[in-house]
Ligand binder design. Structure first.
Ligand code: APR
Ligand code: PHB
Length: 389
């Protein structure tokens, strides 16, 4: 088999890149370890920056998103029983779009299928070869048989646990990591959201977040111990704890119901440099992870895809390698700013187990400054809606 760009990973990064390149006549093959249904069973955040929305439009995959998504032009920050709103529209002139990652991944799969795009599922033992030459190739097993794909480039969109990052020699790779001493226990419930916008809440009992997927599908999180398991939390215990951590007005109007999904996610900040090695380019979770506090996971994948897509276009259409040569530098410049925002909002709103009284006073002063200072709110809003590509 031969293709121009072999894409490892059929998550949002890999599918979006494949669809964008297809629209420009550039051939790709996507290799996915799991099945389509398994990929679509993952529950992930769905706060989209305008840059991601623009990419979905450029990919020709925005019709359902435009029909079913809704815009948020602000968010609520709460601290114990006090709350204030930060207006994205007032400070940035734009907003964010709420549209579940599962739905946009489904739309991307549908678009690849409609275009007869090549996505190979259930692949095993993927090995990326000869990326330091101009004739890389990928081998993998499927249906018990080894296959080989010769290509011009390999896009490593295979997430944090994929093989792409490991293909870059340890002597070259520099990895930066922070593991947070708590996790997020999240539930999905078929109940109306407690508020029309998100509520990020810091309380003496820990962080909580009230989010949503649509008018009758809510997503809630509470900060939990890393030693917790979802089975430790009955729905009733979850709802009671959530009510203790959000403003009383919200707690009183909260509509509870049975959880249809319950899981715990650890929080981590992670970046690997460089994001390019020869003809291999890392995108999305394969290269970096953010704590979910800033809703940047999907949106940092989007800017990687933006830079790589335009770099590959420049190579194929203008025979100019400037874009791909500068990919890692440009992608990392924006990634580190998103890492900073995600790290700082995590510190702003979470209670660390080892916080001193002074640390607590600093946190409360930080939140009070954000509440009272227009410039601080402008900085928060600019980061939340997405810094320029
Ligand atoms: N071979 C083929 N596919 C693989 C391999 C492999 N060796 N390893 C992993 N994969 C697949 C996974 O099954 C997954 O479907 O690669 C895909 C990677 O998708 P994601 O982990 O969703 O990463 P990405 O596409 O970059 O999307 C980032 O996902 O984790 C969230 O918060 C993150 O919203 C962000 C988004
Ligand atoms: C979600 O809806 O899952 C969500 C929203 C905002 C975040 C994190 C998660 O910051």
């Amino acid at each position: 088999m031969r293709t121009q760009v072999c894409i490892i990973g059929g998550g949002p990064s890999g599918l979006l890149l494949s669809q964008l390149l297809h629209r420009k006549g550039i051939d790709t093959v996507v290799l996915e370890r799991k099945t389509r249904d398994y990929v679509l069973s993952r529950i992930r955040a769905g706060i989209l920056e305008v840059g991601f929305v623009d990419l979905m439009r450029a990919a020709g995959v925005s019709e359902r998103m435009d029909r079913e998504s809704f815009a948020h032009d602000g968010t609520v920050i709460a601290c114990n029983d006090e709350q204030f709103r930060i207006s994205f529209r007032e400070h940035t002139g734009t907003d964010v779009v709420v549209y579940g990652q599962t739905e946009l991944t489904r739309d991307l799969y549908d678009a690849r299928e409609a275009a007869d795009g090549k996505v190979i599922f259930n692949v095993e033992n993927v090995v990326i070869n000869e990326v330091e030459t101009d004739a890389p190739y990928v081998t993998f097993d499927v249906h018990g048989k080894q296959e080989r794909i010769d290509c011009d480039f390999v896009a490593g969109c295979d997430g944090f646990h994929g093989v792409s990052r490991q293909t870059i020699p340890l002597s070259v790779r520099r990895e930066y990591e922070k593991v947070y001493p708590f996790g997020w226990l999240g539930i999905l419930s078929e109940t109306p959201p407690v508020h029309e916008e998100l509520i990020y809440s810091c309380s003496d009992r820990g962080f909580a977040l009230c989010s949503m997927r649509n008018a009758n599908l809510s997503r809630y999180y509470i900060q939990c111990s890393l030693s917790d398991s979802p089975d430790d939390w009955s729905d009733e215990n979850f709802w009671e704890e959530l009510k203790r951590r959000i403003p009383s007005a919200a707690a009183e109007s909260l509509v509870t119901g049975p959880s249809i999904e319950k899981s715990i996610a650890p929080l981590r900040s992670f970046v690997t440099e460089p994001m390019r090695w020869g003809r291999l380019f890392l995108c999305g979770d394969a290269a970096h992870i953010v704590p979910p506090t800033g809703a940047k996971g999907l949106n940092t994948a989007a800017s990687d895809i933006h830079y790589l897509y335009h770099g590959l276009l420049q190579f194929y259409e203008e025979k100019d390698s400037e874009g791909i040569d500068r990919y890692s530098e440009k992608a990392l410049a924006r990634i580190w700013k998103a890492e900073r925002f995600s790290w700082s909002t995590t510190n702003l709103l979470h209670r660390y187990p080892d916080m001193s009284e002074f640390d607590l006073k600093m946190q409360l002063a930080d939140i009070a400054f954000l509440r009272d200072n227009e410039a601080a709110q402008k900085v928060f809003a600019q980061n939340y809606v997405g810094l320029p590509y």
